[in-house]
Every structure is written in C-alpha cells, then in structure tokens.
Write a protein that binds this ligand. Structure first.
Ligand SMILES: NC(=O)c1ccc[n+]([C@@H]2O[C@H](COP(=O)([O-])OP(=O)(O)OC[C@H]3O[C@@H](n4cnc5c(N)ncnc54)[C@H](O)[C@@H]3O)[C@@H](O)[C@H]2O)c1
Length: 302
C-alpha cells in the first residue's frame, strides 16, 4: 500500500463481483474513497435479489477503508446521474470513473434474438456512455469554474471487442464500440483535465470460469495468474494522478502481463486519381491484401 490514490473519489460500476469488486478493494487499499455500484443481476442480466454492492462496502470497511454502495442500473440515464450524485453527496467530489458493469447473452449470430442483442448492447455500450456523460458534465463544470480536475475514466473493453469472438456478436460489437467511444472521449475531454483509457482484461469470474474452465483454473500452488485481483493494479495506476500523460489507449491485462493494443491504422493506398470500374478492383484488392499484415484470428474461429 502506497496511498497512490489517497483521498481520490472513485466510482466502480459492477463492483459487487468479479473484476469490479477487485478494483474497488484495490482502490480502497490505496486510500481512495469508493462508490461501489452494482445492481446485483445474474450472469445473463436477470434479477437475483442479491445485494453484492453492500457486501463489498462491508469488506472495504472491515479493512479500514471508506466506501458507499449504489445500486443503480448504469445503462439508465437517471440511474447514471444518481450514481455520480452519490459520489458528490457522499464525498463532495469525483476523480475517477471505472466503467466495468455488464453481462453476456452468448449465441451464434443466426440464433441471436433481438432481445439478446438489445440487452447486451445496452448494458455495455449505453452502460459506459451514461455514467461517462454524467461524470463529464460535472468535470466540465469544474474546469469552467477554474478548478481543472485531474480526472480519469477507465473503460472496460474485451479481447472480443478488439479481435471478435465467435458466439458473441452482440458482446463483441458492444466492446468494439467501447474502444471507439474511448478514443472520442479522450479527444473531447482532455481540455477539461480528463484522461480516458480502456482495458481488455482476462480473469476468472463467473463470466469465464465455465466457458474457459481449463485456462481459468486456479493452480495448486504458485502465482494464480487468472485471479481477478491481477487486473486491478493497472486500473488503480490509471486512476491515479500519476497517469496524467496517458490517454486514448487500450491496454490488455492478464495475470502479470500488460500490453498496449495496437488499433486500426491507415494502410498504404492505391490511388487511381479517378473513379474505379468495379471490374478493375480484383487485382487491386489482391495486391493490398498481399502487402498487408495478416489479421489476427477471431477468438474461437477454426
Ligand atoms: N472476466 C473476463 O475475463 C473478462 C474479459 C473481458 C472483459 N470482461 C469485462 O469485465 C467486466 C467485468 O466482468 P466480470 O468478469 O467481473 O463479470 P461479473 O459478472 O463477475 O461482474 C459484473 C458485475 O456487473 C453487475 N452488473 C451487470 N449489469 C449491471 C447494471 N446494469 N448496472 C450495474 N451493475 C451491473 C453484475 O451484477 C455483476 O456483479 C465486464 O464488462 C466484462 O465484459 C471480463
């Protein structure tokens, strides 16, 4: 414990379980005051009647930390506003927003229903935008009042969003959207003292422990690489004042590994200087593909 986030006020969404819970505990251990948000749904987003946010608050308090629970739905605009207000009313400020909440409804595209599409796009993509919108409004007002913040947003994308994942069309689209939103938010909010980055984590939670049972298994001894607690140190550092120079980046994190994802880039063009005939383009496309790096395989593709 170094007190890296001493007195900072941090919202972590979906912090009642899994990776979000680990973030909340790690921020509190570094001296932050934490708003632990979780609506307490099942893995597919259905209601459970559980209250995991309050449990995590109790855990933080037991360790001598400071936290408050919030049970709003992050994808609801009113709920997201209330979440930001919880931070302001409880602690008088907001420094860090960690967007992490979400659930999955996996299906092959030909079986993917409208409800499954809408629910997953909503909870991840709108569930990132709504709290971001609320927090950004507060930070802009602070900056305009001459109190330029040292604010941080850490979004949660996924390898599925960066490379695609078979059976997760809805989730992959939402997570790719989050990577795109991160770039725009970083470009727009820098002037208000806000950095915006994203992570693509991999860890053992209820979301992964059955589907990837072998990869996620806990070893009998030694470093438990897939423990969700391994994701949080980078997120805590990104949430600290120290990370001021880093924005618009997507980090992959797993066990002790941290890497920077390399995003889309313009490739070298072929320019005719005039409109192409459709029939001319076969060899042109062939040449472009021959000169380009092979794309990385989609997760789960044979
Ligand atoms: N586990 C992995 O390997 C992995 C990989 C890539 C990305 N992710 C992402 O990491 C994040 C955390 O996932 P996890 O693996 O810890 O899953 P998890 O199911 O353990 O935790 C997610 C939490 O979000 C909460 N939640 C769901 N909808 C909510 C809503 N509308 N409002 C507030 N809270 C809500 C749930 O109740 C749950 O406690 C997710 O965004 C997930 O997509 C996880």
């Amino acid at each position: 414990m170094t007190g890296l986030c001493k007195d900072r006020v941090v919202i972590v969404t979906g912090a009642g379980r899994g990776i979000g819970r680990a973030h909340a505990l790690a921020f509190a251990a570094e001296g932050a005051r934490v708003v632990v948000n979780d609506v307490g749904v099942a893995l597919d987003g259905s209601a459970t009647g559980e209250g995991p946010a309050a449990q995590v608050v109790a855990e933080i308090e037991k360790r001598g930390g400071v936290a408050v629970a919030n049970t709003d739905d992050v994808a609801d605009f009113g709920g997201a506003g209330n979440l930001v207000n919880t931070a302001l009313e409880s602690f008088g400020r907001l420094d860090v927003l960690v967007n992490n909440a979400g659930f999955v409804r996996d299906r092959m595209l030909v079986n993917l229903g409208e409800d499954e599409w809408d629910a997953v796009i909503r909870v991840h993509l709108k569930g990132h935008f709504a709290p971001l919108r609320s927090a950004a409004g507060y930070w802009r007002a602070e900056a305009k009042a001459g109190r330029v913040p040292s604010a941080r947003v850490i979004n949660t994308s996924s390898g599925a969003g960066l490379l695609g994942s078979v059976g997760q069309g809805n989730y992959s689209a939402a997570k790719a959207g989050i990577a795109g939103l991160t770039l725009v938010a970083a470009a727009e909010l820098g002037r208000y003292g806000v950095t915006v980055n994203a992570i693509a984590p991999s860890a053992r939670t209820r979301m992964t422990e059955e589907v990837f049972a072998e990869t996620m298994a806990r070893p009998d001894s030694g470093f438990d690489a897939m423990a969700p607690e391994n994701i949080s140190p980078l997120v805590v550092w990104l949430g600290s004042a120290e990370s001021a120079g880093v924005t618009g980046r997507v980090f992959e994190v797993e066990g002790g590994k941290v890497s920077l994802a390399q995003g889309w880039r313009h490739g070298p063009p072929v320019d005719k200087g005039a409109r192409w005939e459709p029939g001319e383009l076969g060899p042109v496309v062939e040449k472009l593909i021959a000169g380009a790096a092979e794309p990385e395989p989609v997760y789960g593709a044979n």
